[in-house]
Design a protein around this ligand. Structure first.
Ligand code: PRT
Ligand code: ZN
Length: 284
């Protein structure tokens, strides 16, 4: 049976469990101990600190894991594959300096002390850029290191940037882009591989559907051609005649970010009765 390790608490826990729910895997972790079992899919879920997840999967204690790409890159365990980017938990690891610093470029870091919880990713960056800096490894609250006099700069996770601003720092180099990923080891085969393929098929649908809406409207016959250009769909928009002469009903799937721009254009060419509907899943 497949065994998936997820973060036991923290930023990725909830979204990892939500993703399982989204793909129709029910896990009752209300009485959670160390392992929960899905009621409707052959998979067990194990809960660990995110720092340990790459190692647990690499050692074969679990065959799959959900963890930030940053942890995979930093821990770099053997035999690990990144199977799929999951589209949540997005962040970056950046270099930041006090906001008053006169930053001119990466060579600024020569001879400086940089505090981080990601020494391996930082060292790679410094080596690639021929920078000779001292890495101070700190496991928590890296952002206070410059004010505490422990370091001249930090290399830490940034999402909104609010933490940097609150600590009088500015982001100067975005070094590593991360998001939650599904990782696996090379022991998966046979029935487990079939179950994994089924999961991946469902994940693809869930990711694809997430930022899409269903748009339907009434269109006069003379505007159909223009409307079809505004609304490229999975194949082509669905068009059906209405009982009112010269009018058609047109349906299409549209990216959420493009909805309002398309609605404006469609109204301009005469569309009426426009409905925007949520989509549960699109099966690709
Ligand atoms: O207990 P455990 O070891 O499992 O958890 P943890 O405390 O090590 O990790 P956790 O739960 O904080 O984060 C888990 C993963 O979420 C990380 O490895 C990243 O892949 C991802 N992630 C996404 C983030 C953030 N966004 C994030 N903003 N991880 C941490 N942060 C922190 C960051 O360290 C900094 O303190 O949030 C702060 C910056 O946020 P902004 O929005 O102010 O820029
Ligand atoms: Zn951690």
């Amino acid at each position: 049976m497949l065994r998936l390790v997820v973060q036991s608490k923290g930023r990725l826990y909830e979204q990892s469990m939500n993703m399982l729910k989204e793909i129709g895997i029910d896990i009752d972790d209300s009485k959670r101990k160390f392992i929960s079992c899905a009621s409707n899919f052959p998979i067990e879920v194990l809960y660990m600190r995110d720092d340990d997840i790459p190692q647990i999967v690499s050692a074969g204690t679990a065959s799959l894991g959900i963890v930030g790409l940053n942890e995979v890159e930093e821990r770099g365990a053997e035999g690990l594959k990144v199977i799929k980017k999951l589209g949540f938990g997005g962040c970056r690891i950046s270099l930041a300096v006090p906001k008053s610093a006169d930053y001119t470029g990466p060579q600024y870091f020569n001879g400086k002390r940089i505090a981080t919880s990601y020494p391996r990713i930082l060292k790679n960056y410094l080596d690639r850029n021929g920078i000779d800096a001292k890495i101070e490894v700190i496991t928590g609250s890296v952002e206070v290191a410059p004010a505490a006099g422990i370091a001249d700069a930090i290399f830490d996770i940034v999402s909104s940037g609010g933490t940097l601003i609150a600590n009088g720092l500015k982001e100067v180099e975005k070094v590593f882009q991360s998001e939650a990923v599904l990782i696996g080891n090379d022991t998966i085969q046979g029935e487990d591989q079939e179950q994994l393929d089924e999961m991946l098929f469902r994940i693809d649908s869930a990711i694809y559907s997430k930022d899409k809406k269903y748009l339907l409207m009434n269109i006069p016959a003379n505007a159909l051609e223009k409307a079809a250009k505004i609304l490229p769909s999975l194949r082509s928009p669905t068009i059906m005649p209405l009982s009112a002469d010269g009018w058609y009903s047109m349906h299409s799937v549209v990216k959420t970010s493009e909805i309002w721009e398309k609605v404006r254009k469609l109204k301009q060419i005469g569309a009426e009765g426009i409905l925007i509907l949520n989509i549960d899943k699109i099966v690709l």
